[in-house]
Design a protein around this ligand. Structure first.
Ligand SMILES: [Zn+2]
Length: 446
């Protein structure tokens, strides 16, 4: 009993004391205010701080940070003012937060050099000297010639001028930044990191682009990619087009022709009577390159160094009979393996198989080479007659290993997958003709 009474007596003062402490704290936090400074940017109250010195120090820090990025003197365009106020302690802004907010709110102007293309400013760099350096670098990079070529002229296709003017400091780029912006035609190009198994063609397909556009945007010299290589994916046009005219000289092969003489008495299949030999000619050309890509090539002069000598073949007529019965086997082997990216349909006379560029192409069956060479949209093109009414054709090859008139046994490597002719990326356009008409290759491939 006594014990309980004592306990009650002891409880009360403690509770009352706690109420005092709590209400004192609440009073301090909600009513009592502390002297402080309100910071105004262009007459708009931004935040409240402890002292003016603190704000001025931060302002100076921001200015010197911005100044490091620019070569010319910075000028603050905003009006920053302070006003003495009393503020709640919890409303005072911490130094890091104040710095971030002030950086956001302030604008610095500086003198810079604008690169103006056809009247429109495309980039700002620090000085006219930097702008001139940038333009010279564009001409130098895209005016490079290949072996045997001589640079005739290099110029911009657009009217490009440099204009000094006062701009917002945040718009000024480094020379490298401005260079990238000018050749990609955008501020913020989409980037892509090359992964295992990628090819330019696959990347282009996935991003709904053409290989040519990727080659152009990245100024690629070959289609070989390396792992983790960074590619810029843009379809937009560069702001400046560097037009380089070059004169070049190269030695070209004149392929020999094959004449076939049918000999009824000959028992052999196909026999070479006279081995042909390729000729050679010297070609003088003028090429126009736009940002490094050949747009036009005019032949100025051709001089034959050595005439081609035709190859003469004797084909026994008995062979023709045999061939018509059992020349090729009638079913075809896949010339190469890869994703089939386009099927046989109206307007597409074959199938497209797309392994990596350079993959060997094997003849689909034994046969006789009736054509090799460059043929318009087909690019490097091979035609094989299998002697049983079937003809197979191979387009866009990067190289050709056989020549017209040659007989090839099943599985022979006749060329390599490429992207010559009208092609959006490395692939084999494979056609099958039966009795002279295009047929679906998938009905023959096994
Ligand atoms: Zn095709």
């Amino acid at each position: 009993m006594n014990y309980l009474f004592l306990q009650k007596n002891w409880r009360m003062p403690v509770i009352i004391g706690l109420i005092f402490v709590l209400s004192g704290f609440l009073l301090w936090a909600t009513v009592i205010r502390t002297p402080a400074y309100a910071v105004y940017v262009d007459s708009e109250k931004k935040f409240t701080i402890k002292s003016q010195d603190q704000a001025e120090k931060i302002l100076a820090d921001i200015k010197s940070e911005q100044q490091q990025k620019c070569q010319q003197k910075l000028e603050l365009t905003n009006k920053v003012e302070y006003n003495r106020v009393f503020a709640h302690r919890q409303d005072l802004v911490a130094e890091t937060k104040m710095k971030a907010e002030l950086t956001e709110a302030l604008n610095f102007k500086t003198m810079a050099a604008a690169v103006v293309v056809n009247g429109k400013t495309v980039a700002y760099v620090n000085t006219s000297t930097e702008a001139k350096k940038l333009l010279a670098k564009l001409k130098k990079d895209f005016g490079q010639v290949e072996e045997g070529e001589k640079l005739l002229s290099v110029a911009f296709d657009e009217k490009v001028t440099i204009k000094e003017q006062k701009v917002n400091a945040s718009k000024v780029s480094s020379v490298d930044g401005a260079y990238e912006k000018i050749i990609t035609g955008t501020d913020n190009p989409q980037k892509y990191i090359v992964k295992e198994g990628d090819s330019l063609w696959l990347i282009a397909r996935r991003h709904d682009m053409y290989v040519d556009d990727i080659v152009r945007a990245n100024n690629l010299k070959s289609e070989d990619l390396s792992l983790d290589q960074e590619l810029i994916l843009v379809t937009s046009k560069p702001y400046i087009t560097v037009v380089a005219k070059v004169e070049g000289e190269r030695i070209e092969t004149i392929p020999y022709e094959t004449k076939v003489i049918v000999d009824k008495n000959s028992a052999t299949t196909v026999r070479v009577k006279e081995a042909g030999s390729n000729g050679e000619k010297k070609v003088l050309y003028i090429a126009t390159k736009c940002n490094g890509v050949v747009e036009k090539k005019d032949i100025k002069e051709e001089t034959i160094i050595k005439e081609a000598v035709a190859r003469v073949m004797i084909k026994g007529s008995k062979v023709a009979n045999v061939a018509s019965r059992s020349g090729g086997s009638g079913s075809l082997d896949w010339p190469c393996y890869g994703p089939v990216t386009n099927y046989f349909r109206s307007g597409h006379s074959g199938i497209d198989i797309a392994p990596r560029s350079g993959t060997p192409i094997r003849v689909a069956d034994a046969g006789y080479v009736t054509f090799t060479g460059y043929q318009g949209g087909y690019g490097n093109f091979i035609i094989i007659d299998h002697g049983n009414g079937l003809v197979t054709r191979y387009a866009h090859c990067s190289s050709i290993n056989v020549s017209k008139g040659q007989t090839v046994s099943a599985g022979t490597v006749i060329g390599a997958v490429g992207s010559t002719g009208r092609s959006t990326g490395p692939h084999l356009h494979f056609e099958v003709l039966s009795g002279g008409s295009f047929v679906n290759p998938l009905s023959y491939l096994r």
